[in-house]
Write a protein that binds this ligand. Structure first.
Ligand SMILES: C[S@@+](CC[C@H](N)C(=O)[O-])C[C@H]1O[C@@H](n2cnc3c(N)ncnc32)[C@H](O)[C@@H]1O
Length: 292
């Protein structure tokens, strides 16, 4: 997350009238080993995505309660899931993904991190056939909706989420929104060219091109009713978050744990985290606790 050039791109986005068409991901379900490795390494504790994972873990935590059964749709290599599960040791998580190769990496992540409150399962988020009606306390999904092929699949996913979620269940979804300018997409994908694997750069650009627009996402989320609030990064919808309208702080032990995990990040990661958090805070999406 770099300063001046990012701001220039965002201002140009804000005043652009142009709309880019969506270009679906070339690999919707991620089965390619090179692609999986690039994504998995980028999400590890020392990886380029670690600060965003920590951000989403913190933001998801107020919608999760002790004892909850939480479903993570399209969990990938479980780097995000591990961060959320660590912050919520008294909830039980099921990570679902349509790629068995990805789930193998997910199992390796869980073993490496020693996280035990997570199970992984093969499944398609557009048809949650193995999950009963109103059996899930909370559904989370990060950086995955853009892997769906089209609006029909997005709508089916949201209908399934409504079906499996308990009536007062929690929700935390985060994904890219579609930007207006190809050069802004390239800027974000290339921003950290020196520190990211070439495969990751290519996949990052594909992800930004495959993002649904804010309008498309909002229409699809309507089925979940008025209790869901949308936040998006100001000037351009680089990140769009849909979250249950729950405003509760974290209990003291979770706050201490969050501070400890924050303290383990490098200075550069902490700086990226703070820039990202500030950007979303301007949109009204505040963190559930202060970290320093
Ligand atoms: C970019 S990864 C995101 C993984 C993880 N949520 C994260 O934030 O790191 C997208 C994941 O979506 C999975 N996926 C794509 N289509 C799917 C579907 N219909 N059902 C379940 N998983 C799917 C892919 O296999 C891939 O693991």
């Amino acid at each position: 997350m770099s300063g001046t050039s990012m701001l220039i791109h965002l201002i140009l986005e804000r005043f652009s009238w142009h709309e880019l068409l969506r270009v679906p991901e070339p690999s919707l379900i991620m089965n390619n080993p090179a692609q999986i490795t690039a994504f998995m390494e980028s999400g590890r504790e020392d990886g380029i995505l670690a600060f965003t994972y920590f951000y989403h873990a913190l933001q998801a935590t107020p919608v999760i309660h002790p004892g909850d059964r939480v479903l993570d749709l399209a969990c990938g290599p479980a780097n995000q899931l591990v961060q959320i599960a660590r912050l919520n040791p008294n909830a039980h998580f099921v990570g679902l993904d349509a790629s068995s190769n990805m789930l193998d990496r997910g199992r390796a992540t869980l073993a490496r991190c020693g996280v035990e409150n997570v199970d992984l399962a093969l499944g398609d988020m557009t048809q949650l056939t193995d999950i009963g009606d109103a059996t899930i306390d909370c559904v989370i999904c990060t950086m995955s909706l853009h892997h769906l092929p089209n609006l029909e699949a997005l709508t089916s996913t949201m209908r399934e989420v409504r079906r499996v979620l308990k009536p007062d269940g929690g929700l935390y979804f985060a994904d890219f929104g579609r930007l207006k300018r190809a050069s802004t997409q390239r800027f974000f994908a290339h921003d950290r060219l020196d520190s990211q694997i070439a495969q990751f750069t290519q996949d990052y650009l594909h992800s930004l091109k495959a993002a649904f627009s804010v309008g498309e996402l909002s229409d699809a989320f309507e089925v979940l009713g008025p209790g869901v609030v949308r936040y998006q990064t100001p000037l351009a919808p680089f990140m769009v978050i849909f979250k249950s309208a729950i405003h509760r702080g974290l209990d003291i032990s979770t706050r201490h744990l969050a501070q400890e995990l924050y303290g383990r990040m490098t200075t550069a990661q902490q700086k990226d985290f703070q820039v990202f958090a500030r950007w979303l805070r301007i949109a009204g999406c505040s963190l559930p606790c202060v970290l320093s």
